[in-house]
Design a protein around this ligand. Sequence first.
Ligand code: HEC
Length: 94
Amino acid sequence: MIHGKKTNASFLWTVAAFLMFAFTALFTACSGTDKGTRIINKKCTKCHSTKRIYAYKRSKAEWQDIIERMKRHGAEIDHEEIGFLVEYLSAKKK
Ligand code: HEC
């Protein structure tokens, strides 16, 4: 009797954990909050909209120049994030 209840409870926990995992994955996929979008929404939309960012397709070297210029304008972006965005934005299809 007690044993049976215990099994039942751990089964429910397994289901709950799985559902939480599934919903998190689904939510991340649907809302499109990948790392690049997250950084851009957080660090690049203070002074202008993302329209300005997605307006043209640019090479890695161009993005490197632009983002370093944004840093001089006052964007609070660190070295790791610059590297990531250069890759992310130059790989983006327009
Ligand atoms: C502190 C304010 C500020 C922040 C934060 C900022 N920008 Fe800008 N951005 C500007 C200003 C001012 C201009 C127009 C002058 C210029 O092009 O340098 C601009 C222009 C641009 C342009 C057009 C440049 C061109 O040559 O056509 C792009 C692309 C851009 N920003 C991308 C970004 C990205 C990506 C980020 C995040 C890393 C960012 N910006 C964050 C101020 C900012």
